[in-house]
Design a protein around this ligand. Structure first.
Ligand SMILES: Cc1cc2nc3c(=O)[nH]c(=O)nc-3n(C[C@H](O)[C@H](O)[C@H](O)COP(=O)(O)O)c2cc1C
Length: 326
């Protein structure tokens, strides 16, 4: 973990993964002030909004923090320019393979680049062509997910990469014993989202937090795709009336396709737009019935509101006790 902490410039190599609407100035600054590493979720923000968010975060902490940019954002290079102006130290490129020139544009102003990779071959390629660190994220995680569990990714990626490169493990981590295990396998640190989403410093709506405290692991389910013609991006969230309606919507649109009353492009767009704005509705407005309450399977281990510092201290104590016992 010392290697990961040195890379991040934090006391401990525990990142709070960017969570759209949740990972804003307050939570990010709190994580970094507590010795972890906070990451601003840029999501669909404009360059102006990101500029304001970085400035506001800097006003709350003098510790290092990162910025997470979604690779499909149409203004990706403008967002990178905003990070450059602020001298952001670490940029996380999420949501897909980094487009041509993006890694280079980030490194050009001296920042470190963290990437995700779905396969070992692609991870090696990215790390050998300039990325500074890798995050492997398993399907237990909250939000947009891949198909493979964290335990399998860890076995595949860590023995092959961890000696030479900085690798952080994410997805389904709820306790320090798990952190100890991944460190033992060579990880330089870990990234958690679900455990931090409802911290005292998180601005998430009280009803969003209540939904987390009540939920068990089995409530955090993956979005279902009903028809092969209508692709659905897998997202892990708490099941609610919105997810039931999403299934019904897909059946309705598939029937319209069969009847020839809509064309394929319109049908796919309708499915794609179903959840537009839904995470904001859940996090900010507290609509936990119809909004998207993104949560990982570790949600069952989130039972109360606690300050970030207490969560980090607990994780570190559990991890240390586990390693001492061994
Ligand atoms: C509410 C929520 C929103 C998220 N939004 C994003 C996002 O905007 N960008 C991103 O790269 N990851 C996002 N994630 C994933 C987290 O950054 C993190 O990798 C993940 O939560 C780790 O797994 P865990 O939930 O099991 O701790 C989100 C997760 C949650 C729970």
């Amino acid at each position: 973990m010392a290697r990961g902490a040195e890379f991040l410039g934090s006391e401990v190599a525990i990142l709070c993964g960017a969570m759209s609407w949740v990972s804003e100035r307050n939570l990010v600054a709190a994580i970094s002030n507590a010795g972890g590493f906070g990451v601003i979720a840029c999501g669909a923000m404009t360059p102006e909004l990101l500029d304001r968010e970085i400035a506001a975060t800097k006003a709350l902490t003098d510790k290092p923090f990162g910025v997470n940019l979604i690779t499909m954002h149409p203004g990706l290079f403008d967002l990178i320019a905003v990070c450059a102006r602020h001298g952001v130290g670490h940029v996380v490129l999420a949501g897909g393979i980094p487009p041509k020139g993006s890694v280079e544009a980030i490194k050009a102003f001296g920042a470190k680049v963290l990437v995700f990779a779905p396969t070992l071959a692609l991870a090696k390629k990215l790390l050998r062509s300039g990325a500074d660190a890798l995050v492997i994220e398993g399907s237990e995680a909250g939000g947009h997910i891949g198909p493979v569990s964290t335990s399998v990714l860890a076995q595949e990626f860590l023995p092959a990469l961890a000696e030479e490169f900085i690798v952080f493990v994410a997805g389904g981590i709820g306790r320090g014993e798990m952190i100890a295990s991944y460190l033992e396998m060579g990880a330089s640190g870990v990234q958690l989202g679900t455990r931090f989403a409802c911290a005292s410093e998180s601005i998430a709506h009280p009803d969003f937090k209540k939904a987390f405290f009540r939920a068990n692991a089995r409530d955090a389910v993956t979005s279902v795709q009903v028809d092969p013609r209508l692709p659905v991006i897998p997202v892990r969230a708490l099941k609610n009336k919105g997810s039931e309606e999403f299934t019904a919507k897909q059946i309705e649109v598939a029937r319209q396709l069969d009847a020839g009353t809509v064309d394929m492009a319109a049908a796919q767009l309708e499915i794609e737009h179903f959840w537009a704005g839904a995470l904001r509705r859940a996090v900010i407005e507290g609509d936990v019935e119809y909004g998207s309450v993104m949560a990982g399977q570790s949600v069952g281990m989130v039972t109360k509101e606690e300050p970030v510092a207490a969560i980090i201290a607990e994780l570190m104590a559990e991890s240390e006790a586990a390693l001492t016992r061994r």
